[in-house]
Design a protein around this ligand. Structure first.
Ligand SMILES: [Zn+2]
Ligand SMILES: [Zn+2]
Ligand SMILES: [Zn+2]
Length: 861
């Protein structure tokens, strides 16, 4: 065996071994506790990037650690394979999406294998496989039959760049989540999933997920956006019914002095129809429609409005309220109409000031009463009701309930609950997605395809031009289908499903990945494995993916497909991988290779080091995992990713950090190899004999390290501090004096330490540790080796008592760790309170330390 650490040879050797022996294949074993560890599956974009490497390295440590703790661990991997990039690649380069996708999968799979991740590859699948999406189509049909999938004309978010509809969740600040193009509004027939049927359960279960980060729970709750309030009727002055308003601030009702209506609301045009104002109002409505929805509702946006020459009546004060169309009110929140209380709402306040509308204070702070004429901003805090009829003098929080009850009793309103969550629009006018299994017949209407005809397979030969509409619509062989009811030629639905549908249930499929019977999920197996014990992925999925996955789980439970309420017991959202950026004034972002000694290699100009940002191709601050593996090996890459930062924090890239990780593995390798001849065949020390000195300290450190690493992984996933503890142990092994050849006890202590190092590092750097373990004489492999245990008595920090003398007389005693440094003990003695009384005002001549026994302070005169 070569003494040199050669990761390339070792790593490939062990990867082959794991594969050949099927080490990570698992089945249901009812005699052991199960543990389902899952990382969010990747989109096969072409290459694994550092973000993937970090995500999967974190997952792999946990999976391997749990195996060593005796769990039956399921750790699968697959491919979220439908989606736009495949289609765009097809348009740009003329490669079929299916071929592009499968080539990418093959390449990325090779990369993942080269990282040594402990996946059960037998469970691998890609969501673009009809064997997968046929079950998704079956679920769709069930949803349709239960009214959970429905089609309606709806104003949708349309991305002109991607040429498809986007879900609300996929629009970020008015822009497409994928390509950042400005999203437009269009009215189209769309398929929706009635996620709102589950809104209360989705919300209440947020409080039953203690294993989720609070931040993610808050984001889910906020997205669901439940608000309890009142629906109030404001009678129209023209006698034609009432305007319904939803408010959570019914305590301010007596201060409502005008009415605001969303510009898009049908009422706006209705009020001015046939009047001289019609054209002017229409122009205003069109103008507002072009404004960005998010911008419109932001505090700072210019408030625009138009009086509609119409009035309604405040139901409690009978005040006539002018009705305005306004740009900052949205049609799809609440009822699209807002009672304006300018004294207690800042936007209403600004609007009232701009249009000279009346202000009536109805909530007074206790200390300094408000004067409407003097107000420079709305008063939004708590206080006591005034100008509010019989509610005067009541605390405003109490008035919420009291006024709601009053409105209900007098038939002018009722308590209601509103949610921000909307149904999930899943129609996409794109090719590379799962077909929606519906048929539209001219005589019979819309109906599901026959179950016997599933899967409705996506046709292979289509023309992808990227020009408008669904590419499937032009494909006669696909579109024409016999009506399941009357047999006449009917049309298939040509929209495909949002790719978030596939990722909403894939974790169930891993439990029986190749199950061919209806409904594609083996109940006994899914009952054994689900829920996922630990889910790991990026924070960017904190809303959409997780909400959809929770919805699907609840729905599939109600269909009898599975038995859990929630899919993911624990969730870890790992931070990003970041690196500094470099720029040249003339050439923009530069690769490190384009910046030699601070100069741009193109123009010689000064290179400025920019902000540290998430690695991205456009910022040219990416690091290629392939290069790192070739240079240092997978173990070094894994170690660096885990050591550089705790998992939930961002990881800042550092070349020195990678070098450091590589150096540490070499150090560990060499010290163990150095001792190999002496410790071969030696039993590890198991106690019994009293140890002294360095050996005693080494053994204590060994047990302390086992304890620390166990706690750090088990309780907090803090691999960085765990690794640094092992590094200290390796350092100590370097520091001790090499025992003489025949010192069996010494070598058995060293053997115990070496074994601990190997086992503790095994989940983190599995290849080098397998090799070292083999060198130490274990033929079993480490995947199922038991995790080391520590002896709390050995691990306990030992303490001794030191006597403090002043001029030879015992004056005090202190307790210190057994290996405390002599200089520290002298300092402690000099600052000791009791001893201090005897040296007060005197000059200390010298301090004598007798190791492990006493300190004598000698004073002058
Ligand atoms: Zn887009
Ligand atoms: Zn028909
Ligand atoms: Zn340049």
């Amino acid at each position: 065996m070569s003494k040199k650490y050669n990761p390339q040879i070792i790593e490939e050797k062990w990867q082959k071994h794991w594969e050949k022996e099927g080490v990570f294949k698992v089945g249901e074993d009812r005699t052991r506790r199960k543990y389902y560890l899952l990382e969010m599956f990747p989109y096969p974009s072409g290459k694994i990037h550092m973000g993937h490497v970090r995500n999967y390295s974190i997952g792999d440590v946990v999976a391997r650690y749990k195996r060593m703790r005796g769990y039956n661990v399921l750790h699968p991997m697959g491919w979220d394979a439908f989606g736009l990039p495949a289609e765009n690649a097809a348009i740009e380069r003329g490669v079929h999406p299916a071929i592009w996708t499968s080539e990418n999968i093959a390449h990325m799979k090779k990369q993942l294998k080269r990282m040594g991740f402990s996946y059960d590859w037998d469970r691998e699948f890609a969501t673009c496989d009809p064997a997968y999406y046929r079950w998704e189509q079956l679920f769709f049909i069930w949803m349709y039959e239960k009214g959970l999938a429905y089609k309606k004309k709806a104003e949708v978010n349309w991305c002109p760049q991607c040429r498809t509809v986007l879900a609300n969740e996929q629009v970020e600040a008015g822009q497409c989540w994928r390509c950042s193009a400005r999203v437009e509004e269009q009215v189209r027939e769309q398929w929706f999933f009635r996620i709102t049927d589950y809104v209360e359960e989705l919300l209440s279960y947020c409080d039953k997920l203690p294993g989720w980060p609070e931040r993610v729970i808050a984001m889910q709750k906020n997205w669901i956006g439940k608000s309890c309030g009142c629906e109030i009727d404001f009678p129209r002055a023209d006698g034609r019914g009432a305007i319904k308003v939803f408010t959570t601030r019914q305590d301010t009702l007596y201060g409502a002095t005008f009415m605001l209506v969303a510009a898009e609301h049908p009422l706006v045009m209705e009020l001015v129809q046939g009047t001289s104002r019609e054209a002017e109002v229409r122009a205003f409505v069109e103008k507002v429609k072009k404004q960005d929805k998010i911008m419109r509702t932001s505090e700072s946006y210019e408030k625009e409005g138009l009086f509609l020459d119409a009035y309604c009546k405040n139901p409690v004060t009978d005040r006539m309220m002018p009705i305005y169309a306004a740009n900052f009110v949205l049609a799809d929140y609440g009822t699209g109409c807002v009672m304006a209380v300018p004294t207690h709402d800042q936007r209403d306040f600004e609007f009232a000031r701009k249009f000279g509308l009346p202000l009536v204070v109805v909530i007074q702070p206790r200390d300094n009463p408000l004067d409407p004429g003097e107000m420079t901003a709305a008063y939004v805090d708590e206080g006591i009701l005034v100008n509010s009829g019989s509610f005067d003098g009541m605390e405003n929080l109490k008035a919420l309930d009291a006024i709601a009850a009053h409105l209900e009793a007098t038939g002018r309103g009722k308590k209601t609950v509103q949610y921000r969550l909307r149904d999930w629009g899943i129609s996409r006018q794109r090719y590379w997605g799962a077909p929606i299994p519906m048929i539209i017949c001219d005589s019979c209407g819309t109906m599901p395809a026959d179950e016997a005809d599933l899967p409705v397979v996506l046709p292979h030969d289509v023309d992808l031009t990227g020009e408008g509409g669904s590419p499937l619509a032009g494909k006669r062989a696909f579109v024409e289908a016999a009506c399941p009811r009357c047999g006449q030629t009917a049309k298939r639905e040509t929209d495909t499903m949002d790719t978030f549908v596939e990722s909403s249930w894939y974790f169930n499929r891993y439990c029986s990945a190749h199950f061919t019977e209806r409904p594609g999920i083996d109940r006994a197996k899914v009952d054994y494995w689900m829920p996922v014990d630990q889910y790991i992925g990026g924070i960017e999925h904190a809303i959409l993916h997780l909400l959809y996955a929770r919805f699907y789980t609840k729905m599939l439970r109600d269909f009898g497909v599975l038995g859990v309420d929630e899919p993911f017991t624990n969730l870890l959202t790992q931070g990003m991988v970041c690196k500094e950026t470099m720029r040249c004034g003339a050439h923009g972002y530069l690769f490190p290779s384009e910046a030699k000694e601070g100069k741009c290699s193109h123009c010689g100009g000064e290179v400025t080091i920019g902000k540290t940002e998430k690695m991205s191709k456009s910022l040219k601050n990416v690091v290629d995992p392939d290069y790192l593996i070739k240079e240092y090996g997978a173990d070094t890459v894994r170690l660096f990713c885990l050591f550089a930062a705790p998992p939930e924090k961002d990881l800042e890239w550092s070349d020195q950090g990678v070098e450091g990780a590589f150096r540490f593995l070499n150090r560990a390798w060499h010290i163990i190899m150095d001792y190999l001849d002496n410790i071969e065949g030696v039993e590890p020390f198991r106690g019994g004999e009293g140890l002294e000195g360095e050996l005693r300290a080494l053994r204590r450190k060994t047990h302390q390290t086992i304890k620390k690493v166990t706690v750090d992984i088990e309780e907090r996933f803090h691999f960085n501090t765990a690794i640094s503890a092992v590094m200290e142990l390796v350092n100590l092994l370097y520091q001790i004096k090499r025992p003489s050849r025949g010192d069996k006890t010494a070598f058995s202590v060293i053997r115990e330490t070496v074994e601990a190092i190997v086992l503790l590092l095994a989940p983190i750097v599995p290849h080098i540790t397998e090799e070292l373990s083999l060198q130490l004489g274990y033929a079993q492999g480490l995947a199922d080796a038991p995790w080391p245990a520590y002896d709390p008595f050995v691990a306990a920090e030992e303490e001794i008592t030191i006597v403090i003398q002043v001029n030879g007389k015992v004056r005090s005693r202190i307790t210190v760790p057994v290996d405390e440094d002599g200089e520290n003990i002298k300092t402690m003695a000099l600052t000791d309170e009791k001893a201090g009384k005897f040296i007060e005002g005197k000059k200390v001549a010298k301090v004598i330390y007798v190791p492990k026994r006493l300190v004598n302070i000698v004073t002058q005169g």
